[in-house]
Design a protein. Structure first.
Length: 348
């Protein structure tokens, strides 16, 4: 009996010690210098340790994740970002999606995929695959969508995320992991002193209501130009209309990488911890968000407050409102097709 008890305790997948619900489970992945904990609630990255430093924000309990309804580390969908007016037209059929107070469908409505329990299909020491089946009509989106996400740790110090999806009806799909990265070693500290580089010449501009206009603007001569490395806080308070709208960086960049996984899309360097994060993706765009909305009233892991600008997000994705902007890459997925996307976070 003791032998079986030990085996049970050593299982990689287990109930979180703080969770009171049987549905709540955790998968632990380990590889060279890295440990990642994946929750089946939102298929989210609960913890990402590199050389014993936890690099992502989150909470200490399931109750806090559900009460605060934040997307820390989760897979957001069915459509991350906004679809303006909640309006879709697919093959001449009109669909009205769930809208919020701003009149738009934001992050796929509520609850989105980050607020759902996913099924753990398989796992081992370095890989875990989770699945969520979104029913036809969920938050207004057509088609039953079957979405698999696979997290893999490699000996190259990569966290690789592979997405695969199919649908029973024509639909739209735009998904991304929404981890908040802080590499300072102190989640209460801001990330303004971290150095950012982006492979992007242009970004999607907003109107004064933070709604994308369908146009791209050049980064040249603006605070949005990270084609050479700059500290995040170096120009974040510059007098700029786009910065005024979002109170910091919260913009979608058009990447120059053309989906080539051998080319870095972004690089973040913390010169105090000497940790570097590189982002690689097959996606055409990257949303950068510097946690401008954090006010210190949310208490995260280890009792650390989520203060303003204490993290940066790298949301690898398609553009917001792409279904209503045909000049941008399509997010349409049809029956018989398989959606595939890959993002790699490389640490050194």
């Amino acid at each position: 009996m003791k032998k079986y008890l030990v085996i049970f305790v050593l299982l990689t997948i287990s109930l979180l010690s703080f969770a009171q619900k049987e549905e709540m489970k955790l998968v632990t992945l380990r590889a060279s210098n890295m440990e990642v904990k994946i929750m089946n609630y939102g298929a989210r990255i609960h913890q990402l340790k590199f050389r014993d430093t936890d690099l992502v924000l989150g909470f200490d309990s399931l109750e806090e994740y559900t009460r605060n309804r934040q997307n820390f580390g989760s897979v957001v969908g069915r459509y991350i970002g906004r679809i303006l007016g909640g309006y879709l037209n697919i093959d001449g059929h009109e669909f009205m999606l769930q809208i919020r107070h701003n009149g738009d469908c934001s992050h796929g409505g509520s609850p989105n995929f980050g607020e759902r329990y996913w099924k753990i299909l398989s796992h081992n020491d370095t890989t875990a695959t989770l699945r969520y089946i979104s029913p036809d009509g969920e938050n207004g989106f057509p088609g039953e969508l079957t979405l698999d996400v696979t997290y893999t740790l490699t000996q190259k110090q990569d966290l690789r995320i592979d997405y695969k999806a199919t649908t029973t009806k024509p639909t739209v799909l735009n998904i991304a992991n929404h981890s908040f990265f802080n590499m300072t070693g102190d989640h209460a500290s801001d990330v303004l002193g971290e150095e950012l580089w982006l492979a992007a010449d242009s970004f999607a501009i907003y109107d004064m209501e933070k709604r994308v206009t369908g146009k791209l603007a050049s980064v040249h001569g603006t605070p949005f130009d990270f084609r050479t490395p700059h500290l995040i806080g170096e120009r974040i308070e510059d007098p700029n209309r786009q910065l005024y709208v979002t109170k910091g960086y919260d913009h979608c960049y058009k990447l120059n990488t053309n989906g080539d996984l051998s080319k870095p899309a972004a690089r973040l360097v913390d010169n105090h911890t000497n940790i570097t994060l590189e982002v690689y993706t097959t996606e055409p765009a990257l949303q950068i968000y510097t946690a401008n909305g954090h006010k210190g009233n949310m208490i995260g892991k280890g009792g650390k407050p989520h203060n303003r600008r204490n993290a940066i997000c790298f949301e690898t994705m398609h553009f917001p409102n792409s279904p209503n902007n045909p000049q941008w890459p399509s997010t349409l997925l049809r029956p018989g097709e398989t959606f595939r996307s890959t993002t790699i976070f490389h640490f050194k």
